[in-house]
Design a protein around this ligand. Sequence first.
Ligand code: P6P
Length: 282
Amino acid sequence: MGDTVAEIIDVVASSAPEIRGGLTGRRRKADEQNPSGETQMAADVWADELLEERLTAIDGVGQFASEEREGVIDAGEGNYAVAVDPLDGSSNLKSNNSMGTVLGIYDAELPAKGTEQVAATYVLYGPITTMVVARDDEVTEFVIENDGTQRTVTEDLTLPDEPVVYGFGGRVPDWTDRFADYASEIEAELKLRYGGAMIGDVNQVLTYGGVFGYPELESRPEGKLRLQFEANPMAYILDAAGGASSNGTQSILEAEPAGLHERTPLYLGNEALIERLESTFA
Ligand code: P6P
């Protein structure tokens, strides 16, 4: 069996121009909800079907799971499981803001712990299409050309030592007191960069240094983002880039999954800022 991880990454890269090109005309709401109870956009459903067909066709892929589907799809005898958020931030489609595709590659049955990933990647549909890949403890950034080829632009991408930006989701009145205390410290030190799509907001942190959070909320102590499809892949990437992740008490990657669509509070960024969060929460 060839390098399945490389095959999976190549499928995501080669599909990126088609997904980006297909966003036009799919800005309407589908009349369905995803397993998290969120209204799906036509683009969510379309990107999910496209990636499911191409990723399950890879011999080494044994399981496919998506934020847009209830259960895990059996893809045959392969050793790897892929967990995909086909279009993270699709609510940004209407306002023509950044969004992207997130994918975690696990060598374990889903749902699985973040430490059971062997690679993770995201594609960012911004002014240009870029792709960030974490594998073998190293992060590489590519520009995805119109023909789907990957052009390396940053090797050994690491988080800048000096943090500059922060982005916190949820409604401020709904933040818990302990998160609000942490946020007011950070707001006094860093610049706000929040665009409403995790991938775009985390890409700012990876580029400039800082911290991203979609925190615990009074109304929703488990937060909004999904462990398998969003938190684990992004935590894997931040860890490989020299940063850190947390759910408020421990690294996201150590969190035991209770279910495929389980949500988690998510904090990502410079190690010192994540440590400060956990000590505020202790
Ligand atoms: P809110 C997008 O819908 C998403 O799943 C993440 O990409 C993003 O971080 C978050 O939800 C935004 O949520 O409540 O700010 O709209």
